[in-house]
Design a protein around this ligand. Structure first.
Ligand SMILES: [Zn+2]
Length: 469
């Protein structure tokens, strides 16, 4: 039997400052070693001060994953030596005196399978090593401490996954959940990182670390299951160790003997007092918790009659869900949902495009109401939407500039139809014999009118002229 567990590190990217000092949590915009202070590089005599907002965000994650939360939380020093760790210890949480991490014993159900969450802890991110040089032999490691002390939440699951596909589904759901909570931006490089552990047939556990992406983690777990099964078949013992994913060769390679907890010499961080979480803390956060993805999805289907598939896409992506929430009313909800999940998705499919998009929720409301009032065709609306995304112009401006207004004047449509009927004699004959082929002629009229002819009016006039029903 295969058992897979995960450890996910999530940076609280939406916070202003680091976990224990006032340096910026967004270290990405700084040149190396300029976003640092005596606290985050651990100079003697400096004292950490806990970021209250980080505790709040971590509590929200804990509640969203149905964890139990303790009355008091404590911080510990995890001691190890590595150049990117300036203090030679990491301030983290550890359950040495009963559960004192921000969450424990949670669960989340994915595709009918329950995945238990063992623990959620708040900790600081280390700095980073940057390698300069072209070949492996001439590389020089440089240390950048800008990231040191950035607030992280670590989510540890029980080994409840049976296969890599479940891991992928879980990670996708988790990413959406964290984004919906407004705690982390998963599109930022390094904001979400996952390690896996794999054991087969009750054997020793192998950890897979330093995997660049969730996609690679899935491949690494897949490889590791095959490798371990082959060892078991040949009666070769599996040694408990940490392995790394070699992306070039698509294999895992032995990195080091796995550390045991006692190797880290955990002890209580005496510079940070225990923090009591009173009922006000939870009450306040419960009020602040955004509506869950599942609840949004249900509401979209039940209240507005949006299809399950569209509701799924809309609710799980915070960017779309927020746009929808701001732009719709009872009448136009379904149409707005459709425009977002069909046309808009094609125009803002990357982080960069979303950031540079000039589209506002007012644009969407205006556009959809105009479609519903037959002032503009669905076809022209798509053109207008693209223009709104790139220029931010109003619908009226775009319509007059690009001549997009709906043609619903009977005599104009009628004369376009006459032209088409003259040009398409063969098709006309066919439609008379097989009326179901009439859409071909509707298409020709739409094309001739540059997408502006009102489609239902076109169909009606065509049917009348050809004497079909
Ligand atoms: Zn600092």
């Amino acid at each position: 039997m295969t058992k897979i567990g995960l450890e996910i590190h999530c940076q609280l990217t939406n916070l202003q400052s680091k976990l224990f000092c006032s340096c910026k949590a967004n270290y990405r915009e700084f040149s190396p070693n300029t976003n640092i202070c005596p606290i985050c590089v651990g100079l003697p005599g400096s004292l950490p001060m806990l970021n209250q907002k980080a505790v709040e965000k971590a509590t929200m994650i804990s509640m969203a994953l149905n964890c139990k939360t303790p009355e008091k939380i404590a911080f510990f020093r995890k001691n190890y030596f590595y150049p990117d760790l300036p203090k030679n210890f990491q301030i983290t949480q550890f359950d040495a005196y009963g559960p004192t991490s921000i969450g424990h014993d949670g669960k989340i159900t994915i595709e009918g399978k329950e995945i238990r969450i063992r623990r959620i802890q708040i900790e600081e991110d280390p700095g980073r090593l940057i390698y300069e040089g072209t070949s492996e032999k001439t590389q020089i490691p440089l240390v950048d401490y800008n990231r040191a002390g950035t607030p992280l939440v670590e989510i540890v699951t029980e080994p409840d996954f049976d296969n890599p596909k479940q891991v992928r589904v879980f990670l996708n759901i988790l990413v959406d959940l964290l984004e919906n909570l407004g705690v982390s931006d998963p599109t930022l490089e390094g904001a979400l990182r996952a390690d896996g552990n794999v054991s087969v047939e009750g054997g020793n556990k192998i950890e897979i670390k330093n995997v660049a992406s969730f996609h690679d983690l899935e491949k690494a777990i897949h490889f590791e299951i095959t490798r371990q099964q082959s060892l078991v078949e040949r009666n070769i013992p599996i040694i408990s160790e940490t392995r790394q994913w070699d992306d070039r060769r698509k294999i895992t390679i032995s990195a080091r003997k796995k550390e045991e907890e006692q190797d880290y010499r955990y002890f209580l961080e005496g510079d940070i007092p225990w923090v009591k979480l009173n009922s006000d803390h939870f009450k306040k956060l419960r009020e602040k918790m955004p509506e869950s993805i599942a609840s949004k999805r249900e509401r979209y289907v039940e209240k507005y009659g949006i299809t399950n598939q569209v509701a799924d896409v809309l609710s799980s992506d915070k960017y779309y869900a927020d746009l929808f929430e701001q732009s719709h009313d009872e009448k136009n909800a379904k149409e707005i949902a459709n425009i977002i999940t069909t046309d808009l998705m094609g125009f803002v499919d990357t982080r960069e495009k979303r950031e540079t998009s000039k589209l506002t929720h007012q644009h969407l409301t205006e556009l959809v109401n105009s479609i519903m009032d037959n002032k503009i065709t669905r076809n022209s609306a798509k053109t207008a939407l693209q223009e709104m995304v790139s220029t931010g112009k109003s619908l009226i401006e775009i319509i007059s500039e690009q001549d997009l207004d709906n043609v619903s004047d009977e005599s104009t449509i009628s004369s376009i139809i006459n032209e088409v009927l003259n040009e398409e004699a063969n098709a006309v004959q066919e439609v008379k014999e097989k009326p179901e082929t009439v859409n071909f002629l509707v298409g020709k009229v739409m094309k001739k009118s540059k997408g502006k002819a009102d489609p239902s009016m076109t169909l009606n006039i065509l049917k009348k002229k050809l004497g079909i029903t």
